[in-house]
Design a protein around this ligand. Structure first.
Ligand SMILES: [Fe+2]
Length: 181
């Protein structure tokens, strides 16, 4: 399994102050910002990145309670294929320390979410061929074949904002970041 670091999502109390700090001090850019729902309501989430390689490298969600000790929502790790995500779903479902994983798709990723034994959130995901404006979250069916999963995904996200080939999105982001080649 080729597993690599991708991004973290942090619970915060003052999202404006935190986002401003990361943009000012660490030169992150805001990739997307929106509401966790329902509709255009609920807590806000802001996605930040300093590279064209990932839609976001860190995100902040305004869901930290005043007494909440940890600020971590989840750590996310990228794998190279749908088969590897499915294998992880089977693995965590069979592991009594974890409990069943939750398969979710953001349109641009096929993911499974679960918690480590201390309750820290973990996301294992693979890229899909598409970019979609975030946030997005829907269930997906790991019992489908890989081909069926992608066909189903395309039909559900085709009309979503900014739906486009991931290669086009990454090329545009590379220009935004002033990367050459
Ligand atoms: Fe994530």
């Amino acid at each position: 399994m080729d597993i690599s670091w991708s991004h973290a999502v942090i619970r915060v109390r003052d999202i404006d102050a935190v986002v401003k700090f990361y943009c000012d001090v660490l030169e992150f850019e805001i990739a997307d910002r929106g509401y966790l729902g329902p509709g255009d309501t609920g807590p806000e989430i802001a996605f930040l990145s300093g590279s064209s390689s990932d839609h976001h490298q860190i995100a902040f969600a305004s869901i930290r309670g005043p007494e909440e000790a940890t600020s971590l929502e989840h750590l996310a790790f990228r794998v190279g294929s749908i088969a590897e995500v499915k294998a992880m779903i089977e693995r965590v479902s069979a592991d009594e320390r974890v409990g069943d994983g939750l398969p979710l798709t953001h349109g641009n990723a096929l993911s499974v979410y679960f918690k480590d034994p201390e309750g820290n959130g973990i996301e294992i995901f693979c890229d899909t061929p598409w970019h979609v404006k975030q946030p997005q979250a829907q269930g997906w069916d790991p019992s489908m074949s890989d081909e069926e999963v992608l066909t189903d995904l395309e039909s559900r996200f085709r009309d979503a904002p900014e739906f486009s080939p991931m290669a086009d999105y990454r090329a545009k982001r590379a220009i935004d970041f002033g990367e050459s080649g």
